[in-house]
Design a protein around this ligand. Structure first.
Ligand code: HEM
Length: 623
């Protein structure tokens, strides 16, 4: 059965003549990859499926052998006859949904370039036709994880899973495929490509896709800060920020300020909680802690959010409100939230109020910094360093004036405040569930403490004890335990990129201008195909090699801080801060989860806990 140009005349075939269409499609595909299965006759779905599996394997083998070139697409381009009719496309996509459930990844390697090509060859499908003709078979054949409906497309599935959106991204990866193209409902088109294929993500990260105009609109409150800008503006800002973040003075300033907040605020507060046998929300405590320490690193002043009376800080609250509204904006169709903004209703009303507070507060902190600079009282904080670069670097792409400092102050505060605190909360929750890991870390810490005892005589009697960055540097098990926690619970669970020019991802997915790419770091850290059968287990040992050294391999699969030139600039800072906190808390206190307190991720831009982390604290008796 070799298809001819008459495949386009198959419009005469009735849509339910699936057997015929299956063999037709298979033949065309077979020709393209020059399979030896030429004469196979498909009299049932089972034989079709089996044949197609073999074909997919073959396609993947040939694709892998050819590196980034995609012989499947090339061959299809040369063999494929004039456009098929819409029913063929519809059924093909139906098979895709059905087969994807069991063998998504391999199937997609073949199917996506093939389908994209059909779409290209075919006169543009009207949106309604697309929904009615292409999606209906997927409703019949879809698996439970994702149903693509006519008209509504993936919207019902998103709504159904909204309360567990992050875990859903993992299920999508494991049962539907590593890359899924969604069009969104007919009244609010999305043009979204969801991917957690490591090769795709690496390509996107290294090729430095822009965040895009839509991102800029959603995050307008950040203005022209590093988080929002693209191309040469981003490049100039990143170069300048790198100079600051890599300087020795700035790094030791980070260590000094974090230690100060831990010694002066965190440990006294935990001692009080322990003495009073109170239940405390450790996530809230960590959020206050990182707000104070990140704020000090950026603006050189302590807002004193962390103290036993748990004061309400207007700025911290406004930034939390802002983050909540930004989450809504990311998931709602832009026309919806823009309408709310226009009428000043719902979350958008809250946003305007939060913005006023943020603008007013940050302006006053920047003026204080400028005063310090005029008085030549130069500190090592970030705003001082950026202000000096503004003056001295003769770069037109770095704007002069306070607006630039405000936008970057807020960008770094927004990026650094909740990410480290969330990471700490998940880490301590994992400690409550893995006492043997906790014991190993404490053993490492005790060893360092023993070594230091003679050195710091003055500190001997002083309790609780706080480790320095140098003390913590070589602790392999502590580092492995933290990385493993960041793998399972990445504080930034997903990110977006825009598409401005046509491109093809390594798995063959075609990207068209105007599409949005959604990357799930949460799924990337939990995929069986990447991390093995024990992917959901908390096992720090996977980060340690047989010689007891840190194993570099997992790092190549680790996207928690993203990758490529636009990776997290604050990664080292975050590790420094988190290790100082972990060392101090674990060595001096025992953290116990309140019985019956359920912990699960909140569906938000940062992987907060749904109900916080309710714990009791006991002082650890030092031996
Ligand atoms: C555990 C803690 C942290 C995690 C997991 C984390 C993760 C990430 C991720 C995934 C990105 C890429 C986001 C994207 O492009 O959409 C990012 C970017 C960024 N992070 Fe972090 N981050 C952490 C802590 C920090 C800290 C402490 C700072 C500094 C105060 C910081 C500053 C930034 C900035 C400025 C960017 C944007 C970089 C650019 O666009 O060039 N991060 N971070």
């Amino acid at each position: 059965m070799v298809p001819s140009a008459t495949s386009s005349s198959s419009s005469d075939q009735s849509a339910d003549d699936l057997s015929y269409l299956a063999s037709l499609i298979f033949d065309q595909t077979w020709m393209a990859v020059e399979s030896s299965l030429c004469e196979t006759h498909f009299d049932s779905f089972e034989t079709f499926k089996t044949g197609l599996r073999g074909l997919c394997e073959q396609a993947v083998r040939s694709r892998n052998a050819a590196g980034n070139n995609n012989p499947v697409t090339d061959a299809l381009h040369s063999y494929f006859p004039p456009p098929p009719d819409k029913v063929t496309i519809g059924c093909w996509n139906g098979f895709e949904g059905w087969l994807g459930a069991s063998d998504g990844e391999r199937f997609r390697a073949l199917c996506i370039p093939w389908c994209s090509m059909i779409m290209e060859l075919h006169p543009p499908l009207h949106l309604l036709e697309y929904h009615l003709i292409e999606r209906w078979p997927q409703v019949c054949l879809a698996n439970e994880v994702l149903v693509l409906w006519p008209i509504l497309d993936c919207l019902p599935s998103i709504l159904k899973n909204r309360h567990r959106i992050h875990d859903w991204t993992v299920e999508l990866a494991n049962s539907v495929g590593n890359t899924i193209v969604g069009k969104g409902p007919i009244f609010a088109p999305l043009r979204l490509v969801y991917t957690c294929d490591p090769l795709n993500v690496e390509y996107i990260a290294k090729t430095n896709f822009p965040k895009g105009a839509e991102h800029y609109e959603i995050m307008d409150v950040i203005g022209n800060g590093i988080f929002n800008v693209d191309y040469q503006h981003w490049h100039a800002q990143r170069k300048m920020a790198n100079k600051t973040f890599m300087s020795k003075e700035f790094r030791s300033y980070i260590a000094k300020t974090t230690r100060k907040v831990v010694e002066d605020s965190l440990l006294p507060l935990l001692s009080q909680v322990a003495i009073q046998s109170r239940v405390a929300d450790l996530e809230d405590i960590f959020m206050r802690l990182t707000f104070d320490s990140v704020f000090m690193v950026i603006f050189g002043r302590n807002p004193n959010c962390l103290s036993i009376d748990f004061p309400c800080n207007e700025l911290a609250q406004a930034i939390d409100d802002m983050a909540e509204v930004l989450t809504y904006r990311h998931v709602l169709p832009s026309s919806w939230w823009k309408l709310c903004r226009w009428f000043m209703i719902g979350p958008e009303k809250k946003f305007v109020e939060a913005r006023k507070i943020i603008d007013h507060s940050l302006e006053s902190y920047i003026l204080l910094k400028k005063d310090d600079l005029n008085k030549e009282e130069q500190d090592n904080d970030m705003i001082t360093s950026f202000a000096l670069h503004q003056e001295m670097d003769n770069n037109d792409l770095i704007p002069k004036g306070n607006a630039f400092l405000r936008d970057n102050g807020l960008s770094f505060l927004f990026a650094g405040k909740d990410s480290s605190s969330t990471a700490l909360a998940w880490f301590f929750w994992l400690m409550t569930r893995n006492p043997s890991v906790e014991a190993n870390i404490i053993e490492e810490l005790r060893h360092v403490r023993e070594k230091n005892k003679d050195k710091d005589d003055g500190l001997k009697a002083k309790k609780p004890y706080v480790f320095s960055v140098e003390d913590l540097k070589g602790l392999v098990y502590l580092h492995a335990s933290l990385c493993e926690s960041l793998r399972l619970y990445p504080p930034v669970p997903a990110t977006y990129r825009g598409v401005e020019k046509e491109d093809v991802l390594p798995d063959g997915t075609t990207l068209k201008p105007g599409m949005k790419i959604l990357i799930s770091m949460y799924a990337l850290g939990r995929m069986e195909s990447v991390w093995g059968k024990d992917c959901l287990e908390y096992r720090p040992e996977r980060w340690i090699d047989e010689n007891g050294k840190l194993n570099p391999v997992p790092l190549t699969k680790f996207f928690t801080f993203f990758a490529g030139p636009r990776n997290c600039i604050g990664k080292d800072m975050a590790f420094t801060q988190m290790k100082i906190v972990i060392g101090a808390v674990l060595f001096n206190f025992h953290v116990e989860l309140v019985e019956g307190h359920a912990v699960r991720p909140k569906p938000s831009m940062v992987l907060h806990m749904q109900n916080g982390l309710k714990v009791r604290i006991r002082k650890r008796i030092a031996e």
